[in-house]
Ligand binder design. Structure first.
Ligand code: SF4
Ligand code: SF4
Length: 55
């Protein structure tokens, strides 16, 4: 399991610095590498448009 980013992402960049495992990469939408994500939820907590959720 890993968190996923939906098309609601506005590419604001807020989440990327919060990830402890560097699983998030830039793009439109931003993407989470499911093999690197450790399911901590830190990114979801800071997303201003609630675009990140558990898969
Ligand atoms: S849930 Fe945690 S490990 Fe997974 S992408 Fe978000 S911040 Fe990174
Ligand atoms: S914080 Fe939310 S809107 Fe901003 S880049 Fe991350 S997923 Fe996209």
């Amino acid at each position: 399991m890993a968190y996923v980013i939906s098309d609601d992402c506005t590419a604001c960049g807020t989440c990327i610095g919060e990830c402890p495992s560097e699983a998030i990469s830039e793009g439109n939408p931003y993407k989470i590498d499911p093999d690197a994500c450790i399911d901590c939820g830190a990114c979801a907590d800071v997303c201003p448009v609630e675009a990140i959720s558990p898969a």
